[in-house]
Design a protein around this ligand. Structure first.
Ligand code: FES
Ligand SMILES: [Fe+2]
Length: 399
């Protein structure tokens, strides 16, 4: 049997990744490739942290629902008859088929397999031909319910009933976003997530990498957000996320051929807001960036050590979608953004292939990679907490 990579020495080696950016090294490559480590991440991150599943506006009215998936757990979010948003496991309590797929509006959830039926509050309200099942009590077969919190209009769920609330631990991250009033924004509903063959951290790091902007994306569609204008505010301990500011060479930049915002601008932006992009991150699932006329967001769905899926969406100013030219203007942005992300996806694939090599490095960082070190801090604190819990549960492990 292969020896476990999870040892004290392995976790001690993380020291090298959490020093100052000028001194730190990247995480061990196994963190991006090893299936055992991905299982460890489920316990240390995915089953403890707040996970973004979508926008609150995706379920406006009673009966509206949508589904999501993180780390192998199917999730159902629904607006109940009282108008409250609820989150459940969508795994049927009979023989585990999923009771809901995609999104829509329903009065109840009918499992397609044997027609057990669940209310909008997750109660089992119908189970045909179960009267002979000895001691069968419908009330004991409700869908498992998850904690739910809405931050900036994004819906988060948490599988851990004891998790600390999210919003009080995102005050620092919320500060540079305040004038965008993201909670009130809406945008075209993204389609189902697309799967990619790399570890979730490869994309999480790429989405907030100031270093590559002037290199990989060199050219007129990106040069106005130069790497040299990146800055990395220090995040206080205990914060659940982090952010990077990146100055721009002119105000109100837009990722399109005009290099300027094309859609109606958000009202109430300051001069500072209009001359920078905020890249805000709530690991392990949400990254977003601000422009003067749109907020882009990435919801990352980890699937395995070397596979993740992505939901990519934009939010625009209230009323912007009423403009008869809205779709054309958005398409102009989408065309340029598609060209940029194609470059990102290409290197993400190269990075994953390289990380799986026996020659994969623990590399060093440029000062323009402060956000990678911020992610390392967030990760290593949680990896170590889980390792300590496991070590405490195995008192003889050291013998
Ligand atoms: S698996 Fe759902 S009713 Fe049988
Ligand atoms: Fe990029």
């Amino acid at each position: 049997m292969a020896r476990s990579i999870l040892t004290d020495a392995f976790f001690d080696s993380f020291d090298a990744s959490v020093g100052a950016t000028d001194e730190a090294m990247t995480l061990p490559p196994a963190c991006y490739t090893n299936p055992e480590f991905f299982e460890f991440e489920k316990d240390s991150l995915f089953f403890r942290e707040w996970l973004c599943v979508g926008r609150e506006s995706w379920a406006k009215n009673p009966g509206d629902y949508f589904t999501s998936m993180h780390a192998g757990e199917p999730i159902l979010v629904v607006r109940n008859r009282d108008g409250d948003l609820k989150a459940f496991s969508s795994v049927c309590r009979h023989r585990a088929a999923l009771v809901a797929e995609g999104c829509g509006t329903l009065k109840s959830f009918l499992c397609p397999y044997h027609h057990w039926t669940y209310s909008l509050d997750g109660e089992l309200i119908g189970a045909p031909e179960m009267q002979r099942a000895v001691g069968f009590d419908r009330q004991r077969y409700c869908l498992p319910r998850f904690r739910l919190e809405v931050w900036q209009g994004f819906v988060f769920v948490n599988f851990d009933p004891d998790a600390l609330p999210l919003a009080p631990r995102l005050r620092n991250v919320a500060e540079p976003l305040a004038n965008f009033r993201i909670a009130a924004l809406d945008g075209p509903r993204p389609g189902p997530p697309t799967a990619y063959p790399w570890n979730w951290k490869v994309m999480f790091e790429n989405s907030n990498d100031g270093y590559h902007a002037n290199r990989l994306h060199k050219g007129p569609l990106h040069d106005f957000v130069p790497s040299a204008l990146a800055s990395f505010p220090e995040i206080p301990p205990g914060e659940a996320g982090y952010y990077r500011l990146n100055g721009t060479t002119h105000p109100d930049v837009g990722f399109n051929a005009t290099q300027r915002a094309l859609l109606p601008m958000f009202p109430g932006l300051s001069e500072a807001d209009r001359n920078r992009v905020v890249f805000a991150n709530v690991p392990p699932t949400l990254a977003l960036f601000t422009l003067s006329d749109m907020v882009g967001y990435l919801i990352m769905h980890a699937r395995s050590a070397n596979c993740q899926a992505l939901t990519l969406g934009v939010l625009v100013a209230p009323g912007a979608e009423k403009n008869p030219l809205f779709q054309e203007l958005l398409d102009a942005n989408n065309r340029a953004i598609a060209a940029i992300v194609a470059q990102d996806w290409h290197v993400d694939g190269l990075v994953q292939t390289g990380l799986e090599s026996q020659f994969a490095p623990r590399g060093r960082y440029s000062w323009q990679e402060g956000a990678q070190r911020a992610l390392n801090l967030w990760l290593v604190e949680r990896y170590r907490a889980e390792w300590a819990r496991r070590s405490a549960a195995l008192p003889n492990a050291a013998e």
